[in-house]
Design a protein around this ligand. Structure first.
Ligand SMILES: [Zn+2]
Length: 258
């Protein structure tokens, strides 16, 4: 996930081939100012060494900030040490910001948005995020990988959009129905389900499951989806470009990706 503003381009986690994917998304990788690493699981962090190497190879000189919990950053540093990155000639400056494991810790504050983090309930230390957009006071929350917990409800309190994982009910994860419960308790305006079983691993219909516990609009996250928070209009306009939202008065439609 990338949070793109005029002055800051913030990447949340890094997997696969990030340079390729960011190019596909139409984002300039040279503009990345910050990377937030939520937790040290391969499906959230394995692309980081490749991204750092690629940025170096294309000639980056500007500093990069990497934010995460002590547990996470310690392991990121160990991982990079295995690649012997200290010997990469003229490598650009990287600053590590170690976040305390406390609620509503400010990760960064730019002219356009403020990002806060809280610990969530996963198998290893992990953070969820709350992004507050200053232009219109809109809020987006991201649960990351977690069991339902009060911290996410508080992160998403009154949010216009909650992006919540729906891996299935298990240790350290949530079902779509549980994600709906969290969205209801947080009084979130919209719910976007992410990290759900898909393709041949799909089980049931996450939208139907979440509907059992949440009455607002629900959407399944897809690659390259865009949410525009640079709006003057009310929160009701959020995601209007998607026909994939299912709401009480509108049946599920086909997703139209921008
Ligand atoms: Zn995880």
């Amino acid at each position: 996930m990338a949070i793109a503003g005029e002055n800051r381009l913030v990447l949340v986690d890094s997997v696969g081939n990030p340079l390729l994917r960011l190019n596909q998304a139409g984002l300039d990788v040279n503009q990345i100012s910050d990377i937030i690493v939520t937790h040290f699981h391969p499906d959230h962090v394995s692309g980081l060494p490749l991204l750092l190497m690629d940025l170096w190879l294309i000639g980056r000189a500007t500093p990069l900030n990497i934010h995460g919990l002590h547990y996470t950053i310690d392991r990121v540093e160990s991982m990079m040490a295995l690649y012997n990155w200290s010997d990469w000639p003229q490598f650009f400056p990287v600053t590590f910001a170690r976040l305390p494991e406390a609620e509503m810790v400010q990760v960064l504050d730019s002219s356009e948005f403020r990002i806060l983090a809280s610990p969530v309930k996963h198998m290893i230390p992990n953070i969820g995020l709350r992004i507050e957009f200053k232009k219109n006071n809109m809020v987006m929350a991201y649960s990351c990988d977690t069991e339902p917990c009060a911290e996410v409800i508080r992160l998403a309190n009154g949010a216009d959009l909650l992006i919540h994982e729906a891996s299935g009910e298990s240790v350290g994860h949530s079902s779509a129905q549980q994600a709906g419960q969290v969205a209801t308790r947080a009084e979130a305006g919209r719910l976007c389900l992410i990290h759900y079983p898909s393709g041949r691993y799909a089980t049931g219909d996450p939208l139907v499951e979440a509907r059992q516990s949440y009455q607002g609009d629900i959407l399944l996250a897809k690659d390259f989806m865009i949410f525009d928070f640079n709006l003057n209009a009310a929160a009701a306009d959020l995601g209007r470009e998607f026909s994939g939202w299912i709401s009480n008065n509108r049946p599920s439609g086909n997703l139209q990706e921008p």
